[in-house]
Design a protein around this ligand. Structure first.
Ligand code: GUN
Length: 305
């Protein structure tokens, strides 16, 4: 039976370190770091994320400033707000919650955020620094996954890593961070031929595609470490019966509540093959927010200008 990699416990550990950093600033007479969150429209999942973010800010002493904009906000108004936040000396970090409503150009908006305040690490300047292996603000989820793996004591040098998914938020930066630690990295995706065989090569498998239960136990190399970044809500009983065959409690919850959260990996099956697995929920999810707040502290502590 594999070890469960407890993301919640590691997130608590990361948040405690941010809290101490905020405390050090206070003893130096510096103000609390400020994180501005811009939320456009009324996507329910985004509202949940933003609520969780502001609760975590309160816990570590970071000032959270929320800007809620209407669904029909224009690109010009969104950009005017970003410019205003870029110029605000009390704001250290800016996060524009994604996805933006249809009609808004998220790339344009994200590129406008000052690289020094880009706590998501999505600006081309920060992406370039990561590509070059230089310090900068790096995407929160992969940064926090790397921190979890380091904490778990996994030696990445020479290891075969497969990153399933090529998003700019997780897949691509995760692959670069693993490469930086001397892993041999394959990025696999929806067009990869014989995906199960590619995944079976992995000593470390990172799944970040947003497809519930895509990765079966038979795709996993015995003894591999599995990091499941997917957070999917399943309400289809037929799908649930298939992907939760080795996880009767999940299936029970789905039947009782009508829906259930799960990852891209069939957790019950993975537990029988892998050496360590992150659960969903309670794995990578809580780490993302911890990574964001670590970036906000880093941005506040970095020289401006
Ligand atoms: N929406 C879902 N995840 C994220 C994230 O990491 N950053 C932003 N800005 N929006 C998101």
């Amino acid at each position: 039976m594999a070890t469960i990699l407890d993301g919640k416990a590691h997130a608590d550990h990361m948040l405690e370190s941010v809290r101490r950093g905020v405390e050090v600033r206070r003893t130096q007479g510096l103000r609390a770091p400020g994180l501005a969150v811009v939320l456009v429209g009324d996507d329910p999942a985004s509202h949940v994320y933003v609520r969780n973010k502001s609760a975590a800010c309160t816990r570590v002493g970071i000032t959270s400033i929320e800007h809620r904009l209407a669904m029909d906000t224009s690109q010009a108004d969104l950009e005017a707000l970003i410019n205003q936040l870029n110029a605000d000396p009390e704001v250290d970090g800016i996060l524009v919650q994604l996805p933006l409503p249809k009609g808004l150009d998220s790339k344009r908006a994200l590129h406008l955020i000052s690289p020094a305040k880009d706590v998501d690490g999505f600006h081309p300047m920060n992406q370039g620094l990561l590509l070059e292996g230089l310090p900068g603000l790096r995407p929160c989820t992969p940064t926090a996954c790397m921190s979890l793996l380091a904490h778990h004591g996994l030696e990445l040098k020479g290891l075969r890593a497969v990153v399933l998914g090529r998003s700019e938020i997780v897949g691509k930066p995760m692959a670069l961070m693993l490469l930086e630690q001397h892993a041999t990295v394959t990025i696999a995706h929806s067009r990869t031929r014989d995906l199960p065989a590619v995944c079976r090569e992995a000593d470390l498998l990172v799944a970040a595609v947003g497809r519930p239960g895509l990765v079966e136990g038979s795709w996993i190399k015995p003894g591999a470490v599995v990091v499941d970044v997917g957070i999917n809500r399943v309400d289809d009983l037929a799908l649930g019966a298939r992907i939760f065959a080795a996880e009767p409690k999940k299936l029970e919850t789905l039947r009782a509540k009508g829906s259930v959260l799960c990852g891209d990996v069939r957790f019950g099956e993975a537990m029988q093959v892998a050496s360590a697995v992150t659960p969903v929920p309670g794995g990578v999810g809580p780490l993302t927010i911890a990574g964001l707040l670590a970036n906000t502290l880093l941005a506040a502590d970095s020289p401006k200008g």
